[in-house]
Ligand binder design. Structure first.
Ligand SMILES: Nc1ncnc2c1ncn2[C@@H]1O[C@H](COP(=O)(O)OP(=O)(O)OP(=O)(O)O)[C@@H](O)[C@H]1O
Length: 307
């Protein structure tokens, strides 16, 4: 379990992280979401003790600094550019591995796991962002860690890389590891994460399973296609339901489920051609949950981001 308690960080006037507490559990991918400048990167740096600030984060009961074997306990991807440009992927991994007493065999394993085998001798300075991300993931996985803290792991990856990373994170969680990953790709997070931690202006907005978050911040609608739209609207109105026309033969109903709408239509003698529930997306829920925080952050974003 990753336990984050009361994290705080100010940069002059800017409160980057404001009394933030949450947990990430083993066996799950926890997605970390927030509008630009919400404080995600700062939070992750605080979690790892890379930033001075208030609060405490533990990985299975110990802070990062207290860990006897940090590389073998917490895999970290924070800045994929943090590789010496003259070093090859192989040299970079060998260097990190030797500092953590990890053998050459594991270096080869992670290189092939992330698909960098063919380019392992090439200078990292010539790597694309996607290749640097893969190298960053390889570095994070080197110690076969129980916890993963990954800042934007799919940033800069092509669709195949995004798909591959999703499968990797799911596999790691299914093996019982605790995976905590930020992303601004909401549709991707909807497919990858089990749980969400959503922040705005450095504060916690929500910490709950993905489906619960979507249900809490959106309303699902039932869409009916019928030649009898007028009659159906009249029946729905008579029953006090909220409904609207969305085209000549389409009625959209709020606050009732598909069974209830089907029954109402039957009662009104309206023949239905199509009836389905329109699910809201994680993006809809995220926009609703962070609307205020996003605007506020946008207006006051004057601080310089750490390199
Ligand atoms: N070194 C710094 N000096 C001053 N202000 C900073 C510094 N680093 C971050 N900030 C400010 O702290 C706030 C949180 O920034 P942070 O980078 O943690 O957000 P984020 O959620 O990771 O954003 P993004 O999604 O854009 O990367 C922002 O207002 C940012 O401008």
């Amino acid at each position: 379990m990753i336990t984050v308690q009361g994290l705080n960080r100010r940069y002059g006037e800017t409160v980057a992280v404001d009394d933030l507490s949450f947990t990430a559990r083993p066996g799950a991918v926890t997605g970390f979401l927030g509008p630009n400048g919400a404080g995600k990167t700062t939070t992750m740096r605080l979690m790892l003790g890379l930033e001075h600030g208030g609060g405490r984060t533990t990985f299975g009961g110990r802070t990062y600094r207290e860990l006897a074997d940090p590389v073998g306990t917490v895999g970290v991807l924070l800045d994929p550019g943090a590789v010496h440009p003259a070093r090859s992927a192989y040299q970079h991994l060998r260097m990190v591995a030797s500092g953590a007493r990890i053998g050459e065999r594991r270096v080869r394993e992670v290189l092939s796991l992330v698909g960098l085998d063919d380019v392992r001798r090439r200078r990292a300075g010539g790597f694309s962002l996607g290749m640097r991300q893969r190298l960053g993931l390889a570095t994070a996985l080197l110690g076969d860690p129980e916890y993963l803290v990954l800042d934007e792991p799919v940033n800069g990856l092509d669709p195949e890389g995004v798909h591959w990373t999703r499968a990797l994170l799911r596999d790691l969680a299914e093996e019982g590891r605790t995976v905590f990953a930020s992303s601004h790709l909401l549709s991707e997070m909807a497919l990858t994460a089990d749980e969400l931690v959503v922040i705005g202006r450095g504060r916690l907005i929500a910490a709950q399973p993905v489906e619960e978050f979507i249900a809490a911040y959106t309303r699902s609608e039932v869409v009916v296609r019928t030649a009898g739209a007028e009659a159906l609207l009249a029946e729905l109105g008579a029953q006090g339901a909220t409904a609207r026309r969305e085209g000549p033969d389409t009625v959209v109903v709020e606050g009732l489920d598909a069974d209830q709408v089907g029954e109402l239509a039957t009662r009104a003698g309206v023949r239905v051609r199509e009836l389905h529930t329109r699910q809201s997306s994680l993006e809809d829920a995220f926009l609703a949950a962070t609307a205020e925080a996003g605007q506020y952050t946008g207006q006051r974003e004057h601080g310089r981001k750490a390199a």
